[in-house]
Design a protein. Structure first.
Length: 86
């Protein structure tokens, strides 16, 4: 969790502001995952701080949309399929 918070600060992906009158704060939650190696032994623990965006309404609670970054494996697969289909 400390690594995730450090990454958020290092990448400057958040800004502390005052909540405008009449608005509710959107909550966050921690998501955890255990990464294992091929032998099934724990390699490392991962933690992500994510927003509970299912409670937000466009134009009321937010006006910008976050687009997640594609994983390298997804780009590789898409490129391979495109190459096969010319």
């Amino acid at each position: 969790m400390d690594e995730e918070i450090a990454s958020i600060k290092r990448n400057d992906t958040w800004e502390l502001t005052s909540l405008p009158k009449g608005n509710k704060a959107t909550g966050v939650k921690w998501v955890y995952k255990t990464k294992t190696n091929q032998d099934g032994k724990v390699e490392k623990y991962k933690a992500w701080l994510v927003v509970k965006d299912y409670k937000q309404r466009h134009g009321i609670d937010f006006d910008k949309v976050f687009a997640p970054v594609a994983k390298v494996d997804t780009i590789r697969l898409t490129t391979a399929i495109a190459a096969q289909n010319q």
